[in-house]
Design a binder for this molecule. Structure first.
Ligand code: NAP
Length: 355
């Protein structure tokens, strides 16, 4: 039987995020992995040979695919999921967008550009309006749509319902980030086993800026960034998957812990996202146990797309404290990009018969 799903390419397919794309897309109802690409080190090899595959077996026919160079003349799919590091993304992503492809990026390179959407669709679907400006001003037939840093995503989802209802003014965020967030092979085992590393290069300013953009308001082709101030502490911990963020929040209109809990529990996010194949329902799960969320137990909630929140309580310095956790390579990277692409297909921006 003919496969009518839209062909997609994965750039950076051999890395931690690239492998997560391939796993998440294995049974996707709308998209099929048609092409894989990576660096010159991998190009020309069979995928199974080029990738040091981390979990289980390489799905379906991807194992036998030949890895392509990250170049739009070799990779033809209309949708390009990108797990490249920042330097490679700097060159490849605009080249693909210029060639008419829709690029779903996980790199930091273009996230803060004023004409580039930085998306968590349940939180800021209207920000996709930036694409029109981007395509017009850059003369592109395609576009770049980005995802945030994985810790920024965890925090922003948990903050969104509270910011909507009570107006956040001040944020203190301390992260405990999994080793898979550093890519593969990532952090040397002797540095991280039995240890905590209280520094992740460039992470703190990224978290501080990206949350303000994501929780900002779109109007007339621009984002007015949220005006709250953020202080972030980033730590690497010996956890495999799942970034945890401890948040203390100050508000314009302070909620009680019960009101904050209700706002988080009732939140369903942007209605246009509901029902999409990768949309978690609900986007946030609030847990009442005193010792949750925990990455080992909760990272795969909602197939890795749900943000799990717990320990919502008062705070003597600001107003409310809580703990948020989500899967860094799924919600914070590949799964988030897939959801962005689904939304563009659902809106008809990417045609279902694109090939
Ligand atoms: P990674 O495991 O180091 O993978 C990097 C990928 O990029 C590999 O496929 C590599 O191919 C390819 N690559 C490197 N240099 C290249 C070049 N010059 N040209 C073409 N391809 C090149 O990194 P990762 O953790 O998957 O992260 C990928 C991106 O996602 C980064 O920008 C990262 O900041 C971002 N991100 C990661 C996470 C996470 O949780 N890991 C979350 C959010 C965002 P070879 O195997 O051929 O070298």
């Amino acid at each position: 039987m003919a496969d009518h799903r839209i062909p997609v390419a994965v750039l950076g397919a051999t890395g931690a995020v690239g492998q997560t794309f391939i796993r998440c897309l294995a049974d996707h109802p709308w998209f099929r992995v048609a092409e894989v690409a990576a660096s010159e080190r991998s190009a020309g090899k069979r995928y199974a040979e080029a990738a040091r595959w981390i979990e289980g077996d390489v799905p379906g026919d991807v194992a036998a695919m030949t890895v392509q160079p990250c170049d739009p003349s070799s990779v033809r799919s209309p949708i390009v999921f990108c797990g490249l590091d920042a330097a490679a993304a700097q060159v490849a992503e605009p080249a693909f967008a210029h060639a008419g492809r829709f690029v779903f990026s996980n790199a930091k390179t273009f996230r803060m550009d004023p004409d580039v959407p930085l998306m968590i669709p349940e939180v800021n679907a209207p920000h996709l309006g930036l694409m029109e400006r981007q395509r017009r001003e850059r003369g592109w037939q395609g576009a770049i749509v980005t995802n945030a840093n994985c810790s920024s995503t965890t925090a922003a989802v948990a903050m969104a319902p509270l910011h909507e209802r009570f107006g956040i003014r001040t944020v203190f965020a301390a992260t405990m980030q999994a080793v898979s967030g550093a890519g593969y092979p990532g952090v040397p085992s002797l540095d991280i086993l039995g240890n905590v590393i209280p520094h992740i290069g460039e992470e703190e300013p990224k978290i501080e800026r990206e949350i303000q953009k994501m929780l900002g308001v779109y109007a007339d082709g621009s984002i007015a960034h949220a005006r709250f101030v953020v202080s972030a502490h980033a730590n690497r911990v010996p956890v495999e998957n799942g970034h945890t963020v401890c948040l203390s929040l100050g508000f314009e209109d302070s909620p009680t812990p019960e009101q904050a809990t209700r706002a988080l529990r009732e939140w369903r996010g942007d209605p246009s996202v509901r029902g999409l194949p990768f949309a978690p329902d609900p986007p946030i799960r609030v847990r009442d146990e005193a010792d949750r969320p925990q990455p080992r137990r909760d990272a795969m909630e909602g197939r890795g797309m749900t943000t799990v929140v717990g320990r919502i309580r008062g705070d003597a310095v600001l107003h409310i404290r809580l703990v948020a956790m989500s899967h860094n390579t799924i919600r914070g990277a590949a799964g988030g990009s897939i959801l962005n692409a689904e939304l563009l297909v659902a809106r008809g921006v990417i045609p279902r018969d694109a090939s």
